[in-house]
Design a protein around this ligand. Structure first.
Ligand code: HAM
Length: 461
């Protein structure tokens, strides 16, 4: 199960219960997936890496509900696909109108407006999000984001800090081919003036725009710019640039962001067509795009400033800046670059009990309580079956307890492999129970020691 498992089986079964003989068999709904070991170990490690980076930068964890009053999400923009076409809406048993969260920023702003924390409020979040999209690689109906938001400051250095958090995280997990694109949407006035100029330009070229994008020209001219359709993209390439419409203040803000990124050694490219798919952005917008992924799903992280959103949700005027990254897409990019592998999750010690299992039960428990990763087989299996299980587990040491050992109060310690997976020639030894820990420590030291140099490499040419 590497990466999100394919959704095809669910599609085949209609995504619901499929009849199989006497009973029904169920599969994950279309566009969703189970996350199981060992792949799940990669998610845990990824979250661990992000938590470290976020906490070093002073961000605390925020958890908001997975569903909210539908109006919270309406503020993302009624004209956006995310709200207009993709939201999972429902009424609860008391007829409240709710929606599964399609993104996190609106909920963070709702939480800010509700609790009025002191500012700057720096929070990070993670979890599932829901959009009714056409599933394909890198695009799911339930997907998972990690995000971070800073509320309560309009300082351009906060924009730089947020971008640096994402860039540093990609660096830490080894991703290299994820260029950063930035733009500025200016303030409300900029946006309105630009939207007028843009729709005038788009109307002039309406015949050349892909028919599926034409209805946006008057309704939502900015949305035309992020269309991936080829004919539309050709027209968009020569469209007026929003950066030419920035007010003095927005221009200075953008300049300070650029200066900060340069000072921190974060490479970027200004992309004036980067308007993002959500309506709340003001000033800075940015995306990290994975060069290794297909253009339709290459945005692994997107974000920007949203200075009016808290107010729109009933709070005091409060500027904000943040990003969210898609975990599934990020891992696809890791796969494509061959970095951030599934971490090894093996036992260190495997207990083999040929005398009924009680010793294995007790010994694994004792070893775990002192911090050793210890495991065992169940069901009183043969010694050969237990040895095979020990071998498969990747454990470095097997502890063998049979009736002889129980009668003598001993344990047999059998080294299986070095910590780096190499073979061992350390003999097995049977030791009194009281000496077990000391023996384990000594054997681990030998197994963890650097591999002895081979005869060839020890003889300099
Ligand atoms: P977004 O661009 O809609 O922004 O989503 C952020 C990231 O979530 C995308 O770049 C992508 O990696 C991932 N993503 C989105 N939809 C899907 C999907 N259907 N399947 C898989 N991955 C997906 C936001 O959500 C904003 N709240 C970001 C933000 C935070 N802006 C300011 N603060």
């Amino acid at each position: 199960m590497s990466g999100p498992p394919p959704t095809t089986p669910a599609r085949r079964s209609g995504g619901a219960a499929a009849s199989s003989g006497g009973g029904a068999s169920y599969r994950t709904p279309i566009g969703t997936h189970d996350l199981a070991p060992p792949e799940s170990g990669r998610w845990v490690a990824l979250l661990g890496a992000f938590i470290g980076a976020a906490e070093r930068a002073g961000f605390g964890y925020l958890q908001t509900p997975i569903f909210e009053d539908i109006d919270v999400f309406a503020r993302i923009g009624e004209g956006t696909d995310v709200v207009g076409k993709e939201m999972y809406e429902f009424a609860d048993r008391s007829d409240r109108r709710l929606a599964l969260r399609p993104e996190g920023t609106a909920s963070v702003c709702r939480a800010f407006a509700q609790h009025r924390p002191t500012t700057p409020w720096k929070v990070w979040y993670q979890g599932p999000f829901f959009r009714y999209e056409a599933p394909q690689a890198g695009r799911y109906r339930q997907f998972h984001q990690i995000g971070a938001e800073t509320l309560g400051t309009d300082d351009a250095d906060a924009d730089v800090e947020i971008i640096a958090l994402a860039a540093g995280f990609f660096d830490a997990i080894g991703l290299q081919r994820v260029p950063l694109l930035i733009n500025s949407m200016g303030d409300g006035d900029t946006r309105a003036a630009y939207a007028d100029a843009l729709s005038a330009y788009l109307r002039q070229h309406a015949d050349d725009i892909d028919p599926q994008d034409r209805d946006k020209i008057d309704r939502h001219p900015l949305r035309v710019l992020d269309s991936k359709r080829r004919a539309t993209a050709v027209v968009a390439a020569d469209a007026p640039r929003i950066t030419d419409f920035l007010s003095g203040e927005s221009g200075a803000h953008f300049e300070r962001v650029r200066e900060g990124l340069t000072a921190l050694g974060i490479d970027y490219e200004v992309e004036p067509k980067l308007v993002r798919g959500l309506d709340y952005y003001t000033r800075t917008t940015f995306e990290f795009r994975a060069a290794s992924l297909d253009a339709a799903q290459d945005t692994i992280c997107g974000g920007g400033r949203y200075n009016g959103l808290v107010e729109a949700l009933g709070g005091p005027p409060t500027p904000g800046i943040g990003f969210a990254l898609g975990i599934e897409r990020l891992l696809l990019a890791c796969d494509a670059e061959g970095v951030f592998d599934v971490p090894a999750q093996r036992a260190e010690v495997w207990v083999i009990d040929t005398a009924g299992g009680a010793e294995a039960r007790d010994l694994t428990h004792q070893l775990r309580s002192i911090g050793v990763r210890a495991d065992r087989a169940f069901d009183d299996r043969s010694i050969r079956a237990q040895m095979r299980a020990a071998d498969r587990s990747g454990a470095e040491i097997a502890l063998i307890v049979g009736t002889d050992e129980i009668d003598a109060g001993t344990v047999t310690v059998r080294p299986l492999r070095r910590s780096d997976g190499g073979s061992v020639d350390v003999p097995q030894q049977t030791v009194p129970r009281s000496e077990l820990l000391g023996t384990l420590r000594a054997v681990f030291d030998v197994l963890n020691a650097p591999a002895p140099a081979s005869a060839d490499s020890s003889n300099p040419a």
